[in-house]
Design a protein around this ligand. Structure first.
Ligand SMILES: NC(=O)c1ccc[n+]([C@@H]2O[C@H](COP(=O)([O-])OP(=O)(O)OC[C@H]3O[C@@H](n4cnc5c(N)ncnc54)[C@H](OP(=O)(O)O)[C@@H]3O)[C@@H](O)[C@H]2O)c1
Length: 312
C-alpha cells in the first residue's frame, strides 16, 4: 500500500496526541479527487476536534487526520469526477466528517473543490476557504447584510473576522470591529470604519442601532449584543445557537451558521483575491511536522488573520 506523511490522532486529548507519521495514501472514489496538498489552513475547529469537544456530534474512526482547509494540485480523479483534471491548482474546505488536510494527500468530493485564486501561492490560498466561507455565509446568507447597513463584528482581527470586515466593506456596509488595541490599525487597513478595544470599552456603551451583529466570540459578548441591534435587525452567531427567546424579547432576529461547502462562493472569493480587493493576512507558517505548535499557537485565541501549515 502506498503511504504518505500525515499528522494523525489516535485518541482525543492534548496537543501531544498529534503524531507526524506514515499513513495510507488515500485513493479517490466516485465523484472525488485526490489532491496533492501544498498547504493546510489551521482553524480553531482543528484543536477543538482533537481535544474531543465534538466527539458526540462527529464520529471519527481513529486514527484520523485533522485539518479542513486545503490548497494543492489535483493528482488524480475518481470515476464521474469530470470538472477537474490532473494538474489543476485548487482550494477547498473539505467535508469535516472525513480525514482532513494535515497530510501530503487528501481525497475531497469534487463538488467541494474550486480552482484557487491564480495570483497567490498555496500558503495564502489555504488560509481562505473555511474562514472566508464562514464570514460570507454568516454576513450574507444568514445576516442578509446590504449596502448602507451597519454591522458590528466581534473578533474582527481573527480568521473569520478579518474576512468579514473586508466582505462587509466591499458590500458597502459601515463596519465596526472589536479587537484589542494592538489590532486596531490592522482592522482599519482592512476597511473597518470604527474599532472598539474590548479590553477598555464596553461596546454596548458606544454602539447603537446596528443592523447585523456577527459574533465569533459568544459567551457574555452574546448577552451584551442584543441591546445594540436595531428593531428587526439580526444577531448571527458562528458558535452557540442563540436564544430565540432573548432575541424576541429585544425585538430582533437571530441565527446560527455552520460553514457549508460552496464552490460558487469560493469562485467569487477567488475573483476578489485576483482583482486585488481581498487582503490575506498570515500570522505564521509552520511546517506540517510542527502541526502541534501551530494548533497550540491558534488555541491561545489571539491569532491575527490565519496560521497555515506548509506541506510542500
Ligand atoms: N460555525 C462555523 O462554521 C465556524 C467556522 C469558523 C470558526 N468558527 C468558530 O468561530 C470562532 C472564531 O474563529 P476564528 O477562526 O476567527 O478564530 P481565531 O482566528 O482564532 O480568532 C482569534 C481572534 O479573536 C480575537 N479575540 C479574542 N477574544 C476577543 C474578544 N473578547 N473580543 C473580540 N475579539 C477577541 C483576537 O483578537 P485580539 O488578539 O485583538 O484579542 C484574535 O484576533 C472559533 O471559536 C471557531 O471555532 C465557527
Amino acid at each position: 500500500m502506498a503511504t504518505m506523511k500525515a499528522v494523525r490522532i489516535h485518541e482525543y486529548g492534548a496537543p501531544e496526541v498529534l503524531k507526524y507519521e506514515d499513513a495510507p495514501r488515500p485513493e479517490p472514489g466516485p465523484g472525488e479527487v485526490l489532491i496533492r496538498v501544498h498547504a493546510a489552513g489551521v482553524n480553531p475547529v482543528d484543536w477543538k476536534v482533537r481535544a474531543g469537544y465534538a466527539k458526540d456530534r462527529l464520529k471519527y474512526a481513529m486514527p484520523f487526520i485533522p485539518g479542513w482547509d486545503v490548497s494543492g494540485v489535483v493528482e488524480s480523479t475518481g470515476s464521474g469526477a469530470t470538472r477537474l483534471k490532473k494538474g489543476d491548482e485548487v482550494y477547498s474546505r473539505p467535508d469535516i466528517s472525513r480525514d482532513g488536510s494535515y497530510a501530503e494527500y487528501i481525497v475531497v468530493k469534487e463538488s467541494e473543490v474550486a480552482l484557487k485564486p491564480k495570483s497567490i501561492d498555496h500558503v495564502h490560498a489555504a488560509a481562505i476557504p473555511l474562514a472566508a466561507l464562514t464570514a460570507w455565509q454568516a454576513l450574507f446568507d444568514a445576516g442578509k447584510l446590504s449596502a448602507g447597513q451597519t454591522v458590528l463584528i466581534h473578533g474582527a482581527a481573527g480568521g473569520v473576522g478579518s474576512f468579514a470586515v473586508q466582505f462587509a466593506k466591499l458590500k458597502g456596509a459601515r463596519v465596526i470591529g472589536t479587537a484589542s488595541k494592538k489590532n486596531h490599525e490592522f482592522l482599519r487597513s482592512l476597511g473597518a470604519d470604527e474599532t472598539i478595544d474590548y479590553n477598555t470599552t464596553k461596546f454596548e456603551d458606544v454602539v447603537r442601532d446596528v443592523d447585523v451583529v456577527l459574533d465569533t466570540i459568544t459567551g457574555e459578548t452574546a448577552d451584551r449584543s442584543w441591546q445594540v441591534i436595531k428593531k428587526g435587525g439580526i444577531y448571527v452567531s458562528i458558535l452557540m445557537p442563540p436564544s430565540q427567546e432573548k432575541a424576541a424579547a429585544h425585538g430582533v432576529r437571530c441565527a446560527h451558521t455552520f460553514v457549508q461547502p460552496s464552490v460558487e462562493q469560493l469562485n467569487e472569493i477567488a475573483k476578489l483575491v485576483d482583482s486585488g480587493k481581498l487582503k490575506l493576512t498570515i500570522e505564521k507558517v509552520f511546517p506540517l511536522a510542527e502541526a502541534r505548535a501551530a494548533q497550540e499557537s491558534n488555541a491561545i485565541g489571539h491569532t491575527r488573520g490565519k496560521i497555515v501549515l506548509r506541506v510542500v
